[in-house]
Design a protein around this ligand. Structure first.
Ligand SMILES: NC(=O)c1ccc[n+]([C@@H]2O[C@H](COP(=O)([O-])OP(=O)(O)OC[C@H]3O[C@@H](n4cnc5c(N)ncnc54)[C@H](OP(=O)(O)O)[C@@H]3O)[C@@H](O)[C@H]2O)c1
Length: 316
């Protein structure tokens, strides 16, 4: 049997990378093997990946030598950054650069860079429809990723630029689930007006990435976008109502109110939703559900995902 192609997966114990490791290891005849990259191979999550048969290696994206070692001998590399751990676009750019350089030095044949739009191409800094944040960003956690795309090209790494979507898992982990309003009624709160938001089950991002590695160089040098479904706030609320068996409304608010919520990252997310709303046609068209299903035939709709996860939705 031909030797399996190794895919080094950054963020392997997390949402995107974890989905990819499970997709690779779940397809033993697919010709690929996962190398899970983690800072701590002794963590429970890392051990779980080892039990699936993944090779687990220690590396830190802030340590260039460890990263190059982790990528060496790999056919592919899945590159993702962790904005919400540090809230720093400078650090995110440095980590993206480190991965691009390591992929180049290690001679990786195909990288996937988990990216998002540099929103300043749509909303220049002098456009005051939304505030400029941290001095030179509109949506810091998008802009630094988009700005980093060129580093992968400059390093000569055959790269697929993967535009991801809003995780529906945010309804579980990010405090975005249905909450009771002053009227005692449950509602989800989003500043999306009546526009559609592309969303996806986080696990499906890794499965789609696996589809991209399987298709190989067809997708190298290209930008592709993925989503499980494009839904308005009202449509998501209607699905909550159906699946939870309790009335859930859509509380539509202006982005400036969202920006003022005061939790860490509220301004960044307020601007993000405003960008998603104001450029919804572009944003949805860049993330085809049909294409995503061609990469990952088991792609979940919001209803399918919610039925599976209903017991995990915190309701306040
Ligand atoms: N939430 C959303 O809706 C959404 C949508 C689209 C894109 N995104 C983007 O997704 C990215 C995060 O991806 P994710 O959700 O898959 O992350 P995640 O679930 O938070 O997992 C991050 C993993 O990365 C590892 N990690 C953190 N710092 C590291 C470092 N310095 N070196 C090596 N590994 C490190 C950690 O593993 P160890 O502790 O094992 O090392 C952790 O398990 C963010 O940049 C965010 O902007 C989020």
């Amino acid at each position: 049997m031909a030797e399996k192609k190794i895919i080094a997966v950054v963020g392997a114990t997390g949402a995107q990378g974890g989905g990819l490791v499970r997709a690779i290891q779940g397809d033993p005849s697919g010709g690929f093997a996962a190398r899970a990259v983690t800072r701590n191979p002794n963590s429970e999550k890392a051990k779980e990946l080892a039990r699936l048969g993944a090779e687990v290696v220690a590396a830190d994206v802030d340590d260039d030598a460890s990263l190059e070692k982790a990528f060496r001998g790999a056919h592919g590399a899945y590159c993702v950054t962790f904005f919400w751990e540090h809230f720093s676009p400078d650090r995110e750019r440095a980590q993206a650069r480190a991965m691009a350089v390591a992929a180049s030095r290690a001679g990786v044949a195909h990288a996937i860079w988990s990216t998002l739009e540099d929103t300043r191409q749509w909303v220049p800094l002098d456009d005051d429809r939304m505030p400029t944040l941290l001095g030179s960003y509109k949506v810091p956690h998008f802009d630094a990723k988009g700005e980093s795309n060129r580093v992968f090209s400059e390093q000569g790494v055959p790269t697929t630029f993967l535009l991801t979507s809003f995780y529906w898992d945010n309804f579980i982990f990010f405090g975005m689930g249905p909450k009771k309003g002053p009227d005692g009624k449950l509602a989800i709160t989003l500043p999306m007006g009546d526009r559609k938001l592309p969303g996806i089950a986080a696990e499906d991002i890794g499965r789609c990435a696996y589809g991209i590695f399987r298709k190989g160089k067809d997708h190298a040098g290209k930008t592709v976008g993925i989503a499980g479904e494009h839904l308005t706030g009202a449509e998501m609320a209607a699905t909550f109502t159906k699946v939870l068996g309790r009335e859930v409304g859509y509380h539509e608010i202006p982005p400036e109110v969202y920006r003022g919520f005061g939790f860490p990252g509220a301004e960044d997310l307020g601007n993000m939703f405003q960008f998603n709303r104001d450029f919804s046609d572009y944003f949805c068209s860049a993330r085809s559900v049909e294409f995503s299903r061609s990469l990952n035939p088991a792609l979940q709709s919001f209803e399918v995902w919610l039925k599976k996860n209903r017991a995990r939705i915190p309701i306040e």
